[in-house]
Design a protein around this ligand. Sequence first.
Ligand code: FAD
Length: 319
Amino acid sequence: MSDILAVAEHRRGDLRDVSFELVTAGRELADAADGDLHVAVIGGDVDGFADELNREGVDMVHTVSEGEEFNHDIYTQSVEALADEIDPELLVLPNTVNGLDYAPAVANALSLPLVTDAIDVEYGDEPAVTREMYGSKVETVVEVDADRVALTIRPGEWPPAEGTGDAEISQFDVDIDESAVRSTVTGYQEVGGGDVDITDADVLVSVGRGIEEEENIALVEALADTLGATLSSSRPIVDNGWLPKNRQVGQSGKVVTPDVYIAIGISGAVQHVAGMKGADTIVAINTDASAPIYDLADYGVADDLFDVVPALIEEFGGE
Ligand code: FAD
């Protein structure tokens, strides 16, 4: 029997969506490995988080009451101790800023190979991990020549686990070596753009280079306001300094999985698509009917955004 250990992620009092996606991925792997799925949560409101993580398919939730927010050293020591105890075949971590911060340290401490940014995993004698390369132009399958592996999985690639499970919830005590805790979180400072987190939005109105000039962003912003949506963008908009970096969707921006993604004046370059292809419904507004965004759009309007966007604002009762 080969067990799986997934480590949840939380920020400022909330579990992040990727935590529930880790549960789905972890359950699939545990089924394939004929093992149990252990989920760990470290710091914050561990009891509340443990209840939330008790989703269908979870066999055990381990709570580690160390620290409030993410801390590299505490996470590394805690996951190392949990892995020593559980002896999992696969260690599944989120491919997020935090996950990528401590995953290499944990893999090093446990002498495990690490494969990052997995978009699919086949469990066999040796795990085969699918990941993208060359700016998402190529998919490769990494056959890992080892029994035990650490993985980070890309947010948005697995559906979030639903339902309430009957996992055993257990407190796990870690003897943290304080002398090795070299960093402390003293507070948060949001980057420009306020506290907007485009990864949390249900509806995103996303603007691209087709908008032509900075002053025209207000038009798309008005549509976002009318729809109660959040404004995001492709990279050129950020590179031009028209919107802050935390609004950028894509390979070098954020990976988003909203219910609805409205791409306005965005061509659909692979690096952009890497960040939004997990949206449930994709709407494209682009004059060029052969633009690659239409390859994945569910609905499209091949017309001038300067005509279409005001019409939509009017239709939905905006000003
Ligand atoms: P364009 O490709 O110029 O497309 C503009 C579109 O607007 C066109 O399709 C055009 O037909 C349409 N249009 C023009 N006028 C109108 C109009 N009046 N009405 C309607 N439609 C109109 N890009 C990202 O977005 N995110 C990333 O994270 C990212 N990371 C990258 C990482 C690397 C290493 C590299 C090399 C590139 C990265 N890029 C990223 C850049 C990416 O390759 C593209 O250049 C970028 O996505 C293009 O943005 P766009 O679609 O807004 O612009």
